[in-house]
Design a protein around this ligand. Structure first.
Ligand code: MG
Length: 379
């Protein structure tokens, strides 16, 4: 039985991970939330982990009271997250927390020799160089949960040691596909929160609307598959059926297809290399009729250009891009800035924060902090 720790078990990916557990042979040893303690309490009573963590201190106190009749250890804060990742006895850690908060627990889990089912893309965006180096040194596997990166991973099983010459990342294009840069200025919070294909948390839904999500995934793919940015292409595919593609040196292109449902990539990360039955509805191509593909419009979606720049220049620019984006998305969700301001704030932070070529964990944390401060300064 595989022992699993789920960081962020009450979020969109976390709850879907819990949902597929009956399909796989697994024992849950740790669960964490930020502050959704009612949901976490229910999960903990059902799955009986050794330890749980609420990141928020007040929530952790309430959770401790709620679980007082059990022998589950209740932890809090970053120390608690790190303990759940590295000291819960897990074989594999599902990192489904949102944002940069996932970095330290992921590094701790790698340091403790745990495999990672990576759903927290911000970790690789901020510190891909450090995370991948640590994983190589410790001999741990980074198994992608993101649907696009899982698709690439699944296709790459056919590589047999051959080099990938190209990665083609598909993007749904979000709710604002086809809008001009000018129209994008008038987008409202409600419009941005309504995604056509995927049901996700608020942060990633906004990232999909700005296409920063695809930008983050571009950087994530670069690190996961050791690709040059010029060998990664983004193509808009409205139907979200082709989850991504790879190309080999001979020009052969392989794709992974399926209905848009995260439970399959989550399950594959946990059962790899085995495949077991999954609850996801089957694909019926003739019902779809046709699939469409378009080049992305970088003028209307400048986040793509910014992410590519961060990928090319590496160093601390990924951390700056991500920190500024997290802060700006928060401001947009609070109604403090407009939709088009999100990318503008990110661009400004990338201009203002000093470039650091050599990346250390401290440099990542410092760059993240400076980027957020820069964004908040201009409200
Ligand atoms: Mg994705």
């Amino acid at each position: 039985m595989k022992k699993i720790a789920i960081l962020g078990s009450t979020g969109s990916i976390g709850t879907q991970t819990v949902d597929i557990l009956p399909s796989i042979e697994a024992e849950v040893v740790a669960l964490t939330t930020n502050k959704r303690i009612d949901l976490l309490e229910g999960q903990a009573r059902k799955l009986k982990p050794k330890m749980v963590c609420a990141f928020d201190e007040d929530a952790a106190k309430a959770l401790k009271t709620a679980l007082a009749d059990t022998d589950i250890r209740v932890l809090s804060g970053m120390d608690g997250l790190i303990a759940c990742a590295a000291e819960s006895g897990a074989d594999i850690v599902v990192t489904a927390v949102v944002g940069m908060v996932g970095l330290l627990p992921t590094m701790a889990a790698i340091g403790a020799g745990k495999d990672i089912a990576l759903a927290n893309k911000e970790t690789l965006v901020c510190a891909g160089e450090l995370v991948m180096r640590a994983a190589r040194e410790k001999g741990v596997q980074i198994l992608p949960v993101d649907s696009e990166h899982s698709a690439i991973f699944q296709c790459a099983q056919a590589a047999q040691g051959n080099r990938l010459s190209k990665i083609i990342l598909t993007a749904s294009g979000g709710p604002f596909f086809g809008k001009s840069a000018e129209e994008m200025r008038r987008v409202t919070r409600e419009q941005a929160l309504a995604h056509p294909n995927w049901n996700m948390g608020a942060k990633i839904t906004i990232d999909s609307a700005t296409m920063m999500n695809k930008g983050l995934e571009f950087i994530e793919a670069m690190w996961l598959y050791d690709m040059r940015p010029e060998d990664i292409e983004i193509v808009v595919h409205r139907e979200s059926i082709v989850h991504s593609l790879i190309e080999f040196e001979d020009g052969a292109v392989l794709a992974q297809l399926g209905v848009p449902d995260m439970r399959l990539p989550i399950q594959y990360a946990l059962t790899y290399p085995a495949r077991v039955p999954c609850k996801v509805p089957r694909l019926r191509l003739s019902e779809l009729g046709s699939l469409t593909f378009f080049d992305p419009d970088e003028e209307a979606f400048p986040a793509l250009t910014l992410a590519k720049l961060a990928a090319e220049r590496r160093g601390n620019l990924g951390a700056v891009l991500n920190g500024a984006n997290e802060a700006a998305v928060g401001l947009f969700l609070d109604g403090k800035i407009g939709f088009a301001d999100i990318a503008e704030r990110v661009r400004e932070a990338m201009r203002q924060i000093p470039y650091r070529r050599v990346l250390t964990l401290d440099a990542v944390l410092e760059s993240d902090r400076l980027a957020r401060e820069q964004v908040y300064r201009t409200v």
